[in-house]
Design a binder for this molecule. Structure first.
Ligand code: AHG
Ligand code: MN
Ligand code: MN
Length: 337
């Protein structure tokens, strides 16, 4: 049997850093810390059914949704690995109303991290895949004092790194620093993320579509006619497509990235901007899909060009294989959303 060379995630981070001759190692340290937090959360996700960590608390997050204990635990883990490191000056999480308070040691930090600590939290109790999503920006306010909101409210094209962790049948850490998308599978026996999916590319076209069709009555005419078109029989265009929807964005995204297809969370009558958060969910996944050869739009504009106005802003999301997203946009343009 041929033995492939083993590349740990730390080694990969260092190799990527060599692209920047003046790198200080600080950015690499952030990635390292994120992968460390992913290991800690993995450990607790794996024993979630065994300890008294499951169940709904009475607290809700800033969007008014009920938080599960594991959400808050994951939030604490990600905050604690990045606080006090002197590298990250601003942290924002889906689970916190405002910027997370960091101590003075953060004032000299040059980087900003925003994250969704536990995505798909309604699936925890059912043992279904969940995830973490993150993105990294450079600070824009002057260093040497507390960070400002503008450090976080940057358009997605300013991201210098983005990634996600999927806690599935195995844990994977997938990231980009603008030089392709690379996936690592966690080997619990040695406690390391090992390179398993180098330079991931999404197929130009796939035959999966993922949308919560329970919201059908409030879809726009454009979306309804696109979904109806996907269900018609037509061999040359691979129709009908298969419907796949887990309800954990990370898991739906990861599957479609590998197999090809489109994920849609549109605006609805009740929620005109949809449900997903621009900063914590749409932007990082948009950077990843573009690096993997795919596309992400809000129905009219490229996700990465949107300028956020507030931390918990939401955006409709059409993301996936380039030909699938283009086709969906054709339908939307015929009958605007
Ligand atoms: P979160 O658990 O971080 O709040 O995110 C939930 C999101 C996302 O993971 C998923 O794709 C979507 O909610 C599902 O929404 P619907 O139940 O409305 O389909
Ligand atoms: Mn989420
Ligand atoms: Mn979440």
């Amino acid at each position: 049997m041929k033995f492939q060379s083993i590349i740990t995630i730390d080694r990969h981070f260092i190799e990527q850093e060599k692209r920047f001759p003046y790198a200080t190692g600080e950015f690499t340290k952030i990635l390292y810390n994120l992968s460390l937090a992913a290991k800690i959360v993995t450990r607790d996700v794996r024993k979630a059914g065994l300890v008294d960590i499951l169940g709904i608390t009475s607290e809700s997050n800033s969007s008014g949704e009920v938080q599960k204990k594991l959400d808050m635990y994951a939030n604490d883990v990600f905050v604690s690995v990045m606080n006090h490191d002197g590298i990250v000056c601003a942290l924002a999480s889906e689970e916190n109303d405002g910027l997370i308070e960091l101590d003075e040691s953060s004032w000299g930090g040059r980087y900003v991290v925003v994250f969704d600590p536990l995505d798909g939290s309604s699936n925890i109790d059912a043992n279904v895949s969940i995830g973490t999503i993150f993105s990294i920006y450079k600070r824009v306010s002057p260093a040497g004092k507390a960070s400002e909101l503008r450090d976080v409210l940057q358009p997605g094209y300013k991201q210098i790194g983005a990634g996600y962790v999927i806690y599935g049948s195995s844990t994977m850490f997938v990231y980009t620093t603008g030089n392709g998308v690379h996936g690592f599978t966690y080997d619990p026996s040695c406690g390391e993320f090992l390179l398993s999916h180098p330079n991931m590319k999404t197929p130009a076209r796939g035959s999966l579509y993922s949308i919560n069709e329970g919201n059908w009555v409030s879809f726009s005419d454009g979306i309804k006619s696109y979904i109806s078109w996907l269900k018609e029989t037509d061999k040359p265009t691979g129709r009908p497509y298969s419907s796949r929807y887990i309800g954990s964005l990370v898991a739906d995204f990861h599957r479609n990235l590998l197999y090809g297809g489109i994920y849609i969370y549109p605006g609805t009558e009740k929620a005109p901007q949809g449900k997903l958060r621009l900063l914590y969910e749409c932007n990082p996944l948009a950077m990843i899909i573009e690096q993997a050869g795919g596309k992400a739009t809000n129905g009219t504009r490229r996700i990465l060009d949107l300028v956020p106005k507030e931390l918990h802003e939401r955006s409709p999301l059409f993301i996936g294989s380039p030909e699938n997203v283009d086709k969906a946009m054709e339908f939307l343009n015929q009958s605007p959303a």
